[in-house]
Design a protein around this ligand. Structure first.
Ligand code: DHB
Length: 393
């Protein structure tokens, strides 16, 4: 069969793209190796920029985000023995919302189902054909063991940080930029009341911790760990002792409870350029990943999708794939700003394994310079709540 747009990956980026295309009358097929249940059970970040919220609401994908997503006016930074509040609403007139990525996915999957969108979860053996062909192909095996081939005018790789579409681009036609970090995150879900009304990012001599929330009875927290750490080697008591030590050094005592999920989350900074090859484009984590500090991954993917939907509509209308170059250029402009922000938040807040006292005190100076200056705080607030997406009429 043939569709105008085939999408590999039916996470939030792939689904949001097909949702927007459908609203413009462009048909698509999306496939994902994972089942819907598997995606629903993968815990990811929980903070939406104001434009991500607007996109979910204005596109008709979710009104639940306004009902169930708690609006956050700002964040706190803990360092040097105390906690310092940044009020984004006051600084830049914008806020964020706590709305987990799993809920964004649920709303989009429901919207596609409601609208009769062609989304196939749980397929096997996905292969992308020759990307330089006039009609690139996606092949996959469905749940009944039947092999399918879908050809398309435009192929979208929305298949995440281990993207097969990205790897299908010939090596001489792309450039990769990588930055590794000598630490990972230990992430937990705990059945406990919230320890703070909004997010608290802690810097300490024992490294980084983040106090986030999910519901009045379920909390999300992270602390810096070694990437080789075995999560099952950490009892509840050991996890709480580490978290209390980091947060306690800034005068923040946590409310404890049973830990229901523990995972070690390695990360890196990565970009593949360009985001277009022939009639194929990369969107979201398939094209770039950021470290999690600052919760930009999903927001950046949705920002890509805003631009890509616009340029794909032009490409289909004009039968001209060169609009995809415009997508790549426009998207990368934001990608590199967000790469910088996520790198900056990460390196400002984490302890390097061989950090000296100088390094620790310098980071405290950096944090003091941010919270002690309206200009410094405003820059962080702008980046955290999300730079506006420039749309071209
Ligand atoms: C969450 C994750 C992040 O990486 C972040 O910066 C903020 C919040 C979260 O899971 O709630």
């Amino acid at each position: 069969s043939h569709v105008p747009v085939a999408v590999v990956g039916a996470g939030p980026a792939g689904l949001m793209l097909t949702h927007l295309l459908a609203r413009s009358g462009i048909a698509s097929t999306a496939v994902d190796l994972r089942t819907r249940a598997e995606i629903e059970q993968t815990h990811r970040a929980g903070i939406l920029e104001s434009d991500s919220v607007r996109m979910l609401v204005d596109s008709g994908a979710s009104d639940r985000v306004l009902r169930d997503g708690d609006e956050h006016r700002g964040i706190e930074l803990g360092f040097g023995g105390g906690r310092h509040h940044l009020d984004f609403a006051d600084l830049v007139g914008a806020t964020t919302r706590l709305y987990p990525q799993t809920d964004v996915f649920l709303d989009l999957a429901d919207a596609r189902e409601r609208d009769g969108g062609d989304v196939r979860f749980g397929v096997a053996d996905v292969e992308v054909g020759d990307l330089s062909a006039r009609t690139p192909a996606v092949r996959f095996t469905d749940a009944d063991g039947v092999r399918h081939e879908v050809t398309c005018d435009y192929l979208v790789g929305a298949d995440g940080s281990r993207s097969a579409c990205r790897r299908a681009v010939p090596a001489d036609a792309r450039r990769q930029y990588v930055r590794e970090y000598p630490f990972a995150w230990f992430g937990i879900l705990a059945e406990a009341p919230p320890s703070a009304p909004e997010l608290v990012y802690h810097h300490s001599p024992d490294g980084f911790a983040l106090v986030s929330q999910r519901t009045p009875t379920l909390q999300r927290m992270y602390f810096q760990c070694d990437a080789a750490e075995d999560p099952d080697a950490w009892s509840d008591d050991r996890v709480w002792a580490r978290l209390q030590a980091i947060c306690g050094s800034n005068g923040h005592e946590l409310l404890e409870g049973p830990i229901t999920s523990r995972t070690v989350l390695p990360f890196r900074s990565f970009v593949q350029e360009p985001l277009r090859h022939g009639r194929t484009v990369l969107v979201g984590d398939a094209g770039h990943t950021v470290p999690p500090t600052g919760a930009k991954g999903l927001n950046l993917a949705l920002a890509d999708v805003r631009v890509l939907a616009e340029e794909l509509e032009r490409a289909v209308r004009d039968d001209d794939p060169d609009h995809l170059d415009t997508y790549s250029v426009r998207a990368l402009e934001r990608v590199w700003k967000v790469q910088h922000f996520s790198y900056w938040m990460t390196t400002m807040l984490h302890a390097l394994p061989d950090a000296s006292d100088f390094d620790l005190r310098r980071q405290q100076g950096e944090l003091a310079a941010v919270v002690g200056s309206r200009a410094g705080s405003t820059w962080l607030a702008e980046a955290y709540t999300g730079w506006p997406t420039t749309t071209t009429g």
